[in-house]
Design a protein around this ligand. Structure first.
Ligand SMILES: *[C@@H]1O[C@H](CO)[C@@H](O)[C@H](O)[C@H]1NC(C)=O
Ligand SMILES: *[C@@H]1O[C@H](CO)[C@@H](O)[C@H](O)[C@H]1NC(C)=O
Ligand SMILES: *[C@@H]1O[C@H](CO)[C@@H](O)[C@H](O)[C@H]1NC(C)=O
Ligand SMILES: *[C@@H]1O[C@H](CO)[C@@H](O)[C@H](O)[C@H]1NC(C)=O
Length: 174
């Protein structure tokens, strides 16, 4: 059933791209490093600009070059706590930056790429992140209205190093 839902979701993503509008708003952000000797958060901040608009700044400092990076991309939906939802992918970041092979990662990358400093392939070292990402009013994603969590677990050398949690609400634009 999950597989069918995923396929349907991908079809929707493609068919409705830019034709159906939804409202997306970030409400909170959480940042945690599990290994301060490799990754330290320098900035993790959500700022309200107006009632509908928030800006996200995220910066991590990577002390030693990371050559093997995976990201676990989970979307969870709130219902008595955040429950796993249809999206749970493991993405090979080094491969993705060479060729955007993963449609869901590509969709998310397209939202962030213009404000990020990470447009190159591995290794990653030093400061990396996002500056002034605005929650856009209309976003080409099909999710039922509700509260969500985009949970990104960053894995270097097969071990989780840090997590970025972006909480957002999604409402159908009527
Ligand atoms: C923590 O980071 C160091 C590099 O500073 C690395 O050698 C070590 O393997 C990491 N530990 C874990 C559990 O990933
Ligand atoms: C803010 O959102 C509300 C509905 O959520 C909408 O009616 C209003 O026009 C929006 N304001 C701006 C400035 O976009
Ligand atoms: C990085 O930027 C270049 C030039 O703007 C672009 O051609 C390339 O597709 C970008 N790479 C990714 C992974 O988006
Ligand atoms: C988000 O990811 C972190 C790190 O993998 C994990 O500890 C946490 O439980 C996840 N959050 C949820 C709500 O699943």
């Amino acid at each position: 059933v999950m597989a069918v839902v995923r396929v349907l979701l991908l079809c929707l993503l493609y068919c409705c791209l830019y034709t159906v509008a939804f409202r997306f708003k970030m409400t909170n952000v959480g940042c945690e490093s599990f290994n301060q000797s490799w990754v330290v958060y320098r900035e993790c901040r959500l700022r309200a600009i107006s009632r509908n608009k928030t800006t996200l700044n995220l910066l991590v400092f990577v002390t030693e070059p990371a050559y093997n990076i995976f990201m676990r991309l989970q979307v969870l939906k709130k219902a008595n706590g955040y429950k796993p939802w249809v999206m749970d992918y493991m993405i090979d970041c080094c491969r993705f930056m060479r060729k955007q092979y993963h449609p869901v990662a590509k969709l998310i990358w397209n939202l962030f790429k213009d404000v990020s400093t990470v447009n190159h392939t591995c290794p990653y070292v030093g400061l990396n992140g996002l500056k002034d990402f605005h929650s856009i009013e209309h976003i080409p994603l099909i999710l039922p209205s509700g509260d969500y969590l985009l949970n990104l677990t960053w894995i270097f050398d097969k071990k989780p190093q840090f997590v970025t949690s972006v909480y957002f609400t999604f409402t159908e634009d009527t």
